[in-house]
Design a protein around this ligand. Sequence first.
Ligand code: GLY
Length: 592
Amino acid sequence: MAKRRLFLGGLAAAAACGTSLWNRSHAQDINSMTKPIVRGRSVAATVHPLASLAAVSMFRQGGNAIDAAVAASLCLGVVDGHNSGIGGGCLILIRLADGSSYAIDGRETAPRLAHKNMYLRNGVGDVKLSQDGPLACGVPGQIAALKSAHSRFGKLPWQDLFEPAIRAAQDGVAMSSAVAASIKNEEQVLRGFPSSYAVLFKDSGDPYAAGDHWVQRDLAGTLENIATKGEGWFYEGEFADRCEEFIKERGGVLSAVDFRSYRAKDRPVLKSAYRGHQVLGFPTPSSGGLHILQMLQMLGRFEMKQVSESGRTAGFYHLLAEAMKLAFADRAFYLGDSDFVDVPSFLSSPEYTNELASKIDLSRSTRVPGHLSSQGKSLDDEKKHTTHLSTADDQGNWVALTATVNTSWGNKMVVPGTGVMLNNEMDDFSVSPGVPNAFGLIGSEANSVEPGKRPLSSMSPSIVLDSGGKPILACGAAGGPRIINATLQTIVRCIDYGMNIGDAIGESRIHHQWQPDTLFCEGSLGGPYQTQAINDDLISGLKSLGHNVKVSGPLAVAQGIQRVKDAKADDGGTLEAACDPRAGGRAAMLEN
Ligand code: GLY
């Protein structure tokens, strides 16, 4: 890259002295420039301070919320690569200052040689094949989606957006405890792939640990190539060819032809009304937008403050759980990529959601039979994956972006010489109808594997508008199916209970996904701003309403931005960006 701008603004002096990003005093600087919650005119919230600062450096250079989101997302792929990266995909929801909105689908697609029975062995679905190794990856969509967003709505040159990510990869960063823990969790499988071993393990043979200086030179080179030569280098050039060679050698089917035919797609933004607001959501292949719409329409039939004055009672969580079960029963049966299957339009109709709401009994838990007979399985608390970020600028542009390689480190295979870890998004298909996936979700034919099809996702980037059509909230989460329910709870807490985004995100959550018939409740998490744990009294209350309660660890990791009243701001509003205390993310803002 001919021109190298310093991206960290306030850290420019240190950077100019040649100090790399990983040293510990530098980490303190970075932490002091970011906080779990910030207020400003242009803001960003991500799970990693460097990604939030990358976003703010775009604002500082005159970029908008779209530039900021793209730069942050690229940076996350370097510093937080177990969750997302350019070997994976993303869904981007954008609300522009001119009032238009866009849902850009960068979801992976199944290779053209993929087929419905590819994970069956002796007639039985083998999820090991859809979760790890060469058959588990779809065509990555992240770069195509970022390019689609930037080429239409960004302001800065494409290559400038890569600067923070390239520098983080080239100079190295202090490995975060989350990344280090995810290597430990997947150590055995990662050790099986020499190209992944080379990136995630030290010369001593030990995995990199929290605080270690972690350099990814191959990934820096890949990013530099995409920055300077364009996305064609990735989809039609060297990267696609190398990926085909590597995957084919190991018995996979992903090919350069698959890369060449990949396109990010614009989807129609889902719009639903909720208590005088409009909620913008992402349609299929996301299941999240539709189910949040359904649940909000069900909840809209109830006076929330009458059900629960505080939003912290068994009655409150019970009502939410009943709506969750009804929505997730539909997910399992009806939903799939709408380019391949007819997702019934009645699912979002008020008549239908009223009918669902009429099944909710506030005095007891109701069994939801659903349309499939299989059982889901329990969720694995230890597996962390996916990432959500939000950005908004002082011009009125807002972005909610969720990205993933699916479960931690995707299919665990780095394409040699590129530093790119591939996704294992094929596991989000119904690997074999009725067989639960990594999230315990079961699916039907609608979500079965077909060439070119996109697997169903739970990613739920959402933006809420006030009665005047102005954005007041951008939110979303990470955590598989828990994303959908966490995003619902953020929206309900902000709208029904008037909470600030930081408080809403910090509150305890529940999760019910219909199957297994279990109500997961967060136990006491501690953390800097979690205000109320789901305590023993609440759990007894939920049990006495008939719920099969399981106390769990953290349920999802959310990031959000809210427009809040601020007497000092001339237009009566300023932006608050908040990160989830469950993951210790850091938000950043452009100083006025
Ligand atoms: N890979 C997780 C999801 O998209 O839901």
